[in-house]
Design a protein around this ligand. Structure first.
Ligand code: TYD
Length: 137
């Protein structure tokens, strides 16, 4: 059972700092400063074949920041009532996902990297992988 009532309107794009210099840029993300939550896990998706989709699940408690560290992709979020698609294509923007959002990642550009900062360690019990079960939660 999900214990919260977040909607897609609680999810937003976070603008991270971009420290520029002639030799390239740096984007720092610190716990509870640039990140709206304390980060316990980092993972990244890469070598995603063109046309492939990922995600198609919700989390009961997990909060995430999803970042196109390289390239671009789309993230469609759904709270059971409302849906919205965000196109991520800059490494200094993150999509802050509150718990309870069904999400699908699609349209990966070739060579793209999806960096995810997460508020909890990996826990399969936190996943809802069945859409009908998600709607009934
Ligand atoms: P999953 O989160 O379902 O990936 P996606 O939604 O992008 O398709 O994870 C795919 C597999 O990887 C699943 O078997 C669990 C494993 N996994 C971990 O072991 N640790 C992790 O931190 C993550 C994100 C996934």
């Amino acid at each position: 059972m999900i214990q919260n009532n977040f909607t897609i309107f609680d999810c937003s794009i976070v603008h991270f700092p971009k420290i520029q210099n002639r030799a390239g840029n740096i984007t720092p993300i610190q716990n509870n400063i640039e990140s709206p939550f304390a980060i316990k896990r980092v993972y990244y998706l890469y070598d995603v074949p063109g046309g492939e989709s990922r995600g198609a699940h919700a989390h009961k408690e997990l909060e995430q920041l999803i970042i196109a560290a390289s390239g671009s992709f789309d993230v469609t979020i759904d709270d059971g009532k409302n849906k919205k698609t965000f196109s991520l294509n800059r490494p200094y923007f993150g999509l802050h996902l509150k718990p309870g959002m069904w999400r699908e990642l699609s349209n990966f550009s070739s060579g793209s990297i999806c960096l995810v900062l997460a508020s909890q360690l990996y826990n399969e019990d936190d996943y809802i992988r069945d859409y009908d079960q998600f709607l009934k939660r």
